[in-house]
Design a protein around this ligand. Structure first.
Ligand code: ZN
Ligand code: ZN
Length: 254
């Protein structure tokens, strides 16, 4: 399984070097090429990226705002996002059922609900190929019932908007916004995921990338984890070998 971080920026422009484009990931195996999310930044890249299928986490513009009514590949989304896209003029959007695996040849994707926004409810993905499993949660305020999806995964890819949880607010009893990096490291440690990469990097990260990277590495080390911020264009290879403890990174990370 080869992961490519097409973009790693949060919704806050302009980002910074390494985090210029809105968060977007591709996942490739021998048989299939999957893309997750297509924000406004990627409107003109979708045809070039040419995924076999595009899945959306939620309807915020930095994740779904780059879709025009006639996309060049099949698009699948959870029900609220699907309804939004149909209102925008897309005519065919596959429906992702929470907790039900979507099998794409040698790749299996399990969508699950997470807390993030009442207006644009978000889902996360557990992506499995061979012996490998990856969690992808670019926007998450709280795991909710998604907690059970993490154990056994090799890699947690999370919401790098900020370190603490000052961007989490409660609306109608639901946590909304962005969980802090510190909280997400704790989720990973608690569920036995030792490798963590943050995408969706916010202004706090961009203010001083080197310092943020050092802070992250220190926080992770205290929990026995290895963590880094993803960079735009970075590729991570997760070879299908159960005996490999850590993924290889081709381009390094900050
Ligand atoms: Zn976002
Ligand atoms: Zn969002």
């Amino acid at each position: 399984m080869i992961l490519t971080f097409i973009g790693t920026r949060s919704s806050d422009p302009p980002g910074c070097e390494g985090h210029l484009l809105q968060s977007c990931l591709t996942v490739e195996t021998d048989q299939v090429r999957l893309q997750i999310d297509c924000g406004e930044d990627h409107a003109h890249r979708l045809a070039q990226l040419a995924p076999d299928i595009l899945l959306l986490t939620h309807g915020h513009d930095d994740h779904a705002g780059g879709l025009h009514p006639d996309p060049p590949c099949p698009v699948w989304a959870g029900e609220p996002t699907r309804n939004l896209l149909l209102q925008r003029g897309l005519t065919q959007v596959g429906l992702l059922h929470l907790g039900q695996p979507l099998v794409l040849k040698d790749l299996t994707v399990l969508p699950f609900e997470v807390e993030h926004s009442l207006r644009a409810p978000a889902i996360g993905f557990r992506i499995e190929a061979g012996s490998r499993a990856v969690i992808y949660l670019p926007d998450v305020a709280a795991l909710g019932d998604g907690d059970s999806m993490l154990p056994g995964a090799d890699l947690y890819i999370g919401d790098g908007t900020c370190f603490d949880s000052s961007l989490v607010r409660v609306e109608q009893g639901h946590p909304c916004g962005h969980a802090g990096i510190i909280s997400q490291l704790a989720w990973s440690a608690r569920t036995g995921i030792r490798q963590v990469i943050f995408s969706h990097c916010g202004p706090e990260i961009c203010a001083d990338r080197d310092r943020a990277g050092r802070t992250l590495a220190g926080l992770a080390a205290r929990l026995g984890l290895h963590a880094a911020f993803a960079l735009d264009g970075q590729t991570v290879n997760l070879p299908d070998r159960a005996d490999r403890a850590r993924p290889d990174s081709r381009t390094g990370s900050n």
